[in-house]
Ligand binder design. Structure first.
Ligand code: ADP
Ligand code: MG
Length: 696
């Protein structure tokens, strides 16, 4: 048996390691940086660096790396060893405060969406002391932010930290209005449930599409899929159990509190959920989790698929982003609370969130937009592309009462000290099993369910923090000016609930009737990444992000470019792989099979002169027709693809993929999938769906 408490965080330079190894004064200074964001002085950094290096070397490290999150959405690291050559030909191991705090990777090869043209190509990384350094293999990884020399964020961490600062500032203003002067810091918290598929490595290796694009571009539906619902929470297969044990141990060593594991809805699909933490840490840990999931799988002869839609016709994978706001003294601001006063405060935060989501449906949708996630949203397995808020029955009743200006429950109505006369204690809703809502209140947190499994959750949380900060700012501006706080609060809540009531939807989000209803309500349905990203630079969005100090306009312009560029790149690769698989795998398999069957017919006729070989000839005729159609379709795909690439600016290219390439990809696939079941087993060009999801 593993000693989990001993194992947990053993590869992390966490507060305990810091406390154990740093002089008292240094630890105190560092703690100030950790807790209040005070700048780190170089003399402190020097002492910390030395202790960190000693700890790292004792734990097997020879190198250090600034670990950062460029706009690619994956992590990057550049390793340097600790060695420092001496005159006598020996080396000593050194690591300075300067090396800890600042690094200078060459930024020019990372996507910067045009920043490169306007700003200096070089960038630097800065230690984010609020996220702990850890040892990966032989390298001490130091979580860092990544900026250009002129200060533009080139990564996902910097804006996230800025958004956390924005919501801290605005939430504190609101809390002061409620007399909470002892609160010094407010942070958002996140727990992200990570879904993934596991397939056999050797089978995976035989499919170019899985290797190159992370998803299957072909594959007929197997005779058994997920229709029996016999996979969800089912007993785990022994190979998966071993994998999960190894995964947990590895994650625990990194201090990642992996808590829940189970089978998901589709065959070969699973989920891991950690215990929530501060958003910044949760984001870093989720990035590391994805990396570890893949690496551990390889150790077990398996492959972990993080793509949002590895298999057509089966559920895709998402990442439920559980999000809340809490104070430094541990109060969860989205906990309904026990007294009317705390409920009034809760209600104000809730109203701020409703307003934020309603006014910024586009920003939330954009924050989860990717080529992979487009396959999932709205496909009856994930929330629709329309953003709405689910409140649960009890809370719905409370807000409905406010909306309709009627008492919530006249029996229990209590006059509140601060004058908001609608709120009795709000019972916690334990019945939330509405899995169809993109943004659901689940008792003391919101669950943003539109995130894709492969996505960095930095973007969605930056968006959430920023839009809620903006609402809170508007509320604070208004309430701070009010001569009578109580009546102003009452009026504001009532007014804003009414103004944003359309965003509340408690029904089934998968239902087509909801789409029609949502359109009637004027909610946005941004079906594809280009549809969504087209709104990114709208004046409202630029105002929000710049006023909250989260992005500059230039940074937003850069993101607009990179998001679309990435979208086009993914499709470009998918089309090329698709064409290669047609010409190198599928058509040759057809030719072989056609040749084998033709030979059978000839052989048969030689032996049995009167044989008609009707079945064989019918099969050959059918295959011949399909082969012709597939070859012609591949030609068409090729030319539409070339035309799309030549469309000009990034938006035009992305749009061309949506309008003229993706439909032909679907047609190409349909033809190949029609051929697949006709081929004899030994002629299959690559492992089929059944092999992949049932042979783990
Ligand atoms: P579910 O019913 O969706 O499985 P759980 O209660 O198991 O819900 O929680 C799912 C995730 O939500 C976990 O990662 C958990 O740590 C996280 N979570 C719980 N409370 C909070 C909170 N206050 N802030 C952020 N995440 C939270
Ligand atoms: Mg959940």
């Amino acid at each position: 048996m593993t000693n989990v408490p001993e194992l947990f965080g053993s590869k992390v330079f966490n507060q305990k390691a810091m406390k154990d190894r740093l002089p008292k004064e240094t630890f105190k200074a560092l703690k100030k940086t950790l807790d209040d964001g005070a700048p780190l002085q170089l003399d402190v950094a020097n002492v910390v660096a030395h202790a960190m290096k000693e700890w790292a070397i004792e734990n097997g490290a020879t190198h250090f790396a600034h670990w950062f999150q460029p706009l690619t959405g994956v992590t990057a690291e550049k390793h340097d060893s600790f060695i420092n050559p001496q005159e006598d030909g020996t080396v000593i191991m050194t690591f300075s405060g300067k090396e800890l705090v600042k690094g200078e990777p060459d930024a020019s090869s990372f996507p910067s969406g045009g920043h490169r043209a306007t700003f200096e190509a070089r960038g630097y990384t800065v230690w984010d002391p609020t996220s702990y350094p850890f040892i990966k293999e032989h390298t001490l990884c130091i979580p860092t932010a990544f900026c250009s020399y002129t200060g533009e964020a080139l990564d996902k961490k910097t804006p996230l930290l800025r958004s956390m600062e924005a919501i801290n500032e605005q939430a504190l203003r609101v809390l002061r209005l409620f007399g909470k002067t002892n609160v010094t810091h407010v942070s958002t918290t996140v727990g992200s449930e990570q879904e993934y598929f596991i397939v056999d490595h050797d089978l995976w290796a035989q499919r170019k599409d899985l290797r190159m694009t992370g998803r299957t571009l072909f594959g007929a539906k197997p005779s058994k899929g997920q229709e029996m619902d016999d996979q969800y929470f089912a007993a785990l297969n022994p190979r998966i159990v071993k994998y999960m044990e190894d995964l947990n141990e590895t994650l625990w060593k990194y201090g990642i509190p992996s808590k829940t594991e189970h089978n998901e809805v589709a065959p070969a699909q699973h989920e891991m959920a950690p215990i929530f933490s501060t958003t910044n840490l949760a984001v870093d840990q989720n990035q590391l989790t994805m990396e570890v999931m893949k690496k551990v799988a390889k150790r077990h002869g398996l492959e972990c698929l993080l793509h949002e839609k590895p298999f057509a016709g089966m559920n895709g994978s998402g990442k439920h982003n559980n999000w809340s706001i809490s104070t430094n003294d541990g109060e969860n601001l989205l906990e309904p609370g026990k007294t009317p006063e705390s409920n009034a405060q809760f209600l104000l935060f809730l109203t701020a969130i409703l307003k934020a989501v309603d006014e910024n449906q586009d920003l939330l949708r954009i924050s989860v937009a990717s080529a992979g996630n487009d396959h999932r949203l709205g496909a009856n397995e994930a929330p629709p592309a329309i953003i709405s808020v689910y409140l649960g029955d009890e809370l719905y009743k409370v807000l409905d009462a406010i909306y309709a200006d009627k008492p919530y429950d006249s029996n229990k109505l209590e006059k509140m000290a601060i004058g908001v006369d609608v709120l009795p204690p709000i019972p916690k809703d334990s019945t939330d099993r509405n899995r169809t809502s993109p943004f659901a209140f689940t008792g003391n947190k919101f669950e943003f369910r539109s995130c894709g499994s492969a996505l960095s959750i930095a973007g969605p949380n930056t968006a959430l923090n920023s839009i809620v900060a903006y609402s809170l700012k508007e509320f604070a501006d208004e309430l701070e000016k009010a001569s009578d706080f109580e009546s102003a609060l009452n009026a504001l809540i009532s007014r804003e609930v009414k103004a944003h009531w359309r965003i509340v939807f408690n029904g089934n989000g998968y239902d087509d009737a909801w789409k029609a209803e949502a359109h009637r309500r004027g909610l946005l349905e941004l079906k594809t990444t280009p549809d969504a990203v087209a709104h990114y630079l709208d004046e409202k969005n630029v105002r929000l992000y710049t006023e909250m100090g989260v992005y500059t306009k230039e940074e937003m312009e850069a993101h607009y470019e990179t998001k679309l560029e990435k979208y086009a790149q993914v499709l470009n690769i998918e089309v090329q792989v698709m064409l290669e698989m047609v010409s190198k795998d599928i058509l040759p398999a057809c030719y072989k099979y056609i040749s084998a069957v033709s030979k059978t017919v000839a052989d048969l006729k030689a032996v049995v002169p009167g044989a008609k070989a009707q079945a064989e000839i019918a099969l050959l005729t059918k295959l011949d027709g399909l082969v012709d159609s597939l070859a012609a379709k591949a030609e068409e795909l090729c030319s539409k693809h070339l035309a799309a690439k030549a469309c000009g600016d990034v938006m035009a290219v992305a749009r061309a993929y949506v309008d003229s390439v993706i439909p032909v990809m679907a047609e190409t696939r349909a033809l190949a999938d029609e051929i697949e079941p006709l081929l004899g087993d030994e002629f299959k060009p690559f492992p089929c769906y059944e092999d992949l999801v049932f042979r783990v």
